[in-house]
Ligand binder design. Structure first.
Ligand SMILES: *[C@@H]1O[C@H](CO)[C@@H](O)[C@H](O)[C@H]1NC(C)=O
Ligand SMILES: *[C@@H]1O[C@H](CO)[C@@H](O)[C@H](O)[C@H]1NC(C)=O
Length: 334
């Protein structure tokens, strides 16, 4: 389609030009080239200056892996699953369903951070990301229980509109645990196995749910492992995923209580974010000192990390806030 359009332009334009002097002819041809660039959905010029849909998949998995390994601490399980999921989806010409991932863990463990690193890597270039990355904050976008009917319709329209404008759209739903009951099931039709729905193909879309629900479960399992002197690296991913999906389905405050998305297996990956230990919080503090331009004072790093590891009250093994308050703590103590 795009090739024939382009060919038509360049065959058509020269046949007109003999009637004109060389100067006007070159203006006409140049103008035509610019017009074609602006009209064609794939052109770089349009991407630079106007709205643009990133048609080519530019995700470089090794760069993404480096980014995640360097910036996210203590989440080897999550990183491993995310990379595998994205790799499978990206390597398929025409995925049979959209990629759906659900992140679970305590606050401050890196769920939002990982989703924004994915977004940055998916859409490089200097194109405005808001065209493809759609962030729904439950508390902000869907605050009233009584408006669920309205929200359902709105959400469907947004997703339909955005995916038809750009198939590789990324939808991030944060604070899923605050989502009114039943609302998320309204997007079920888009997450299934379909060739197309009303002429729109959804297989390239990516959905990420961020959820504090399930965090207690993940922590409980990590703690069991620690108490039986096993490494957190050895926690089996499969077992954790199925425990999470059960837990979320049963939990009234998970946004997925008795959800069809779970019943129909439309969520491809339940991704655990483990609670952060002293050594991980240290890394966060170290990084924050660097960001704020301070020297890496080892005493201060130890002091802040120690104060933050507060759970369970006897062992004080994990930080109940993850790395969430590191920034302000560093600001206050430097
Ligand atoms: C990904 O990025 C690395 C480092 O910038 C580069 O060496 C590699 O060729 C890239 N891979 C692809 C598939 O573009
Ligand atoms: C895309 O989603 C946004 C919300 O992120 C919404 O405001 C916008 O209207 C949607 N676009 C279309 C074309 O539906």
């Amino acid at each position: 389609m795009k090739l024939t359009n382009a060919a038509a332009f360049f065959i058509f334009v020269p046949t007109l030009t003999p009637a004109l002097d060389p100067f006007s002819a070159s203006i006409l041809t140049g103008g035509a080239a610019v017009a074609w660039q602006l009209l064609s959905p794939q052109s770089w010029l349009k991407c630079r200056f106007l709205e643009c849909c990133n048609m080519r998949d530019t995700l470089n998995l090794s760069v993404l892996k480096m980014d995640l390994d360097r910036k996210v601490f203590g989440q080897h399980l999550a990183i491993q699953i995310v990379l595998r999921a994205l790799s499978a989806n990206m390597h398929s010409e025409r995925p049979r369903k959209p990629l759906v991932m659900s992140f679970h863990g305590w606050t401050g463990t890196g769920k939002t951070f990982v989703s924004s690193i994915i977004a940055e890597n998916l859409y490089q270039f200097n194109i405005p990301r808001r065209r493809f990355v759609h962030h729904f904050n439950t508390v902000l976008h869907f605050p009233y229980l009584s408006h669920v009917h309205l929200y359902k319709e709105q959400l469907q329209n947004w997703i339909r509109g955005n995916v038809s404008a750009c198939p590789r759209s990324l939808f991030i739903f944060s604070e899923m645990d605050q989502m009114p009951h039943g609302l998320i099931d309204s997007i079920m039709p888009f997450l299934g196995y379909h060739e197309e729905i009303d002429g729109i193909y959804y297989g390239k879309a990516i959905f990420i749910f961020l959820n504090n629900a399930g965090g207690d479960k993940v922590t409980e399992i990590a703690l069991d492992y620690w108490r039986s002197l096993k490494r957190r690296e050895d926690i089996p991913v499969k077992k954790l995923q199925s425990l999470l999906s059960e837990e979320i389905f049963r939990n009234k405050n998970s946004g997925f209580f008795h959800s069809q998305l779970i019943q129909k297996n439309l969520i491809d990956y339940f991704i655990p974010f483990l609670p952060l230990e002293y050594k991980h919080v240290r890394e966060c503090v170290r990084q924050e000192l660097r960001v704020q331009g301070h020297p890496e004072n080892e005493d201060l790093i130890a002091e802040i990390a120690l104060a933050m590891t507060d759970y369970p009250s006897e062992e004080r093994l994990y930080s109940s806030k993850g790395c969430k308050t590191v920034e302000s703590r560093v600001t206050l103590s430097t």
